[in-house]
Design a protein. Structure first.
Ligand code: AMP
Ligand code: ZN
Length: 119
């Protein structure tokens, strides 16, 4: 059923605390933890606790939780003090765009310069 935990999903296991993570923030609906393979001095993932395969699917099914993820991304940037210099919120969507974990997540990246267009 949409939103239910998936037995084979790494991020559902992190939500259930079956897999450890370096958690930096938690709300009733979201969890934020450091990426295991950071691509910037600040690289935090913000995920909904409910399982949806990507951000757009989450937003269509549970828009208030999608908004929670975005708000928390901003809170992470503020706590990490990267909001002044600018930061990125990235939702890789689909394997062709680099998505490897099919549980919606925002990458919050900051603490260095970024190029445009992205690679
Ligand atoms: P994506 O490629 O957009 O699906 O992002 C998945 C992210 O999850 C990658 O940046 C990985 O480095 C990260 N990742 C994979 N396993 C873990 C883990 N156990 N704890 C924290 N981050 C992870
Ligand atoms: Zn999941």
């Amino acid at each position: 059923m949409a939103g239910e935990p998936q037995a084979d999903c790494l991020f559902c296991k992190i939500v259930a605390r079956e897999v450890p993570a370096d958690v930096v923030r938690e709300t009733e609906t979201t969890l934020a933890f450091r990426d295991i393979n950071p691509q910037a001095p600040t690289h935090v993932l913000v995920i909904p606790k409910v399982h949806h395969p990507d951000a757009a699917t989450l937003a269509a099914a549970e828009p208030t939780i999608a908004a929670d993820v975005l708000r928390e991304a901003g809170e992470v940037a503020s706590e990490e003090k990267v909001d002044g210099t600018g930061f990125r919120i990235i939702f890789n969507t689909g394997s062709g765009a680099g998505q490897t974990v099919f549980h919606a997540h925002a990458h919050v990246l900051g603490g260095r310069g970024f190029n445009w267009p992205p690679g």
